[in-house]
Design a protein. Structure first.
Length: 328
């Protein structure tokens, strides 16, 4: 039996999660859902955004399905905490043109893989007499690990090229190490093409000729920015799933926020949450169910008869989920 931690979170996170669980229950899966708390509503109730109990549950299940949480300045980030506690070192964000969406191109299909544990997001900041400063951490161990993951991902998913994104012309030591390590690892995968770009050039190419990309691998901050740029190419954050992968566990979440402006109205777009579940099933080895769910979502988007308002329709979140069930 597969055990999955379910964290609904705040706002529309709960709504899209309920819709996704409704769909998953119509797949032939041997699964147990274990519900846990995290987010701002959790903080208001328990005084913490992520209780130790939630972390323990996540550590002892096969995967975590995460809705969306409200981020309040000064509160500990629930999602970053889980990434660290579960050692989820690779963030995977597909950039794929979907039918019936506001994609700027109709032929995009590439993946951004982001190192999830260090860089400027290592959290090494301090105030100084002059202002404040942050330390950018790039280690040999973490770069080797993320590059091996990227090339293995390309190999397993019939991808032909891996592109490293960096700024080694300015950050000569940290990104110099990053770039050099990339080509060292690339040598172990001779059947997969490799190349590298500066991050500013890559940002431009993602707008002008994104079709050149297949698998992008980059550091934490660069990956965060480029991933949202990629989401903008294919209809926005409401259409974009993501995965956080480690050697023992995985966490799967839509990249949109808790959207307090529409929370409670029942009109949130469940696509990103559903496609995050697709990534989860694939990672768990449930390939048939993963493909079945993905095709059902694509069919609903393509038919354009039962869509939420952000997609030009008039349907509720649950109504769109029920339409996906019909297409299973």
């Amino acid at each position: 039996m597969i055990k999955i931690t379910v964290i609904k979170g705040d706002g529309v996170g709960k709504e899209v999660m309920d819709a996704t669980l409704l769909v998953l229950n119509h797949l032939n899966l041997d699964v147990e859902y274990i519900f846990a708390s995290a987010g701002n509503e959790c903080f208001q109730k328990y005084g913490t955004t992520i209780p130790e109990e939630t972390i323990d549950i996540a550590k002892n299940t096969d995967a975590t399905l995460f809705g969306a949480v409200t981020t309040v300045p000064g509160q500990k980030s629930a999602i970053i905490t889980l990434r660290k506690e579960l050692d989820l070192f690779a963030n995977v964000r597909p950039v794929k043109s979907l039918p019936g969406s506001n994609s700027l191109f109709n032929n995009l299909d590439f993946v951004i893989i982001r190192e999830n544990t260090e860089g400027l997001y290592a959290g090494l900041e301090e105030y100084t007499k002059e202002g404040a400063q942050a330390t950018r951490v790039i280690t040999k161990k973490a770069t080797e690990r993320i590059f091996k993951f990227a090339f293995e991902y390309a190999q397993e998913n019939s991808r032909k090229k891996v592109t490293a994104i960096h700024k080694a012309n300015v950050l000569k030591k940290t990104d110099g190490l990053f770039k050099d390590t990339f080509y060292q690892i690339a040598g172990s995968f001779p059947k997969i093409n490799n190349e590298d770009f500066y991050v500013d050039a890559a940002a431009m190419y993602m707008v002008t000729k994104p079709q050149i990309f297949d698998v992008i691998v980059t550091s934490n901050l660069f990956g965060d920015i480029l991933s949202d740029e990629g989401a903008g190419l294919v209809g926005g954050l409401g259409m974009t799933p993501s995965a956080n992968i480690g050697h023992q566990n995985g966490l799967f979440e839509p990249v949109h926020g808790s959207a307090p402006d529409i929370a409670g109205k029942g009109i949130a777009n469940p696509t990103a949450m559903l496609l995050s579940a697709v990534m989860m099933l694939d990672n768990l080895g449930e390939k048939e169910s993963s493909l079945k769910l993905e095709n059902a979502v694509f069919n609903v988007l393509k038919k354009s008869k039962c869509l939420t308002p952000d997609l030009g329709g008039k349907s509720k979140t649950i109504e769109m989920a029920k339409e996906v069930i019909k297409n299973l």
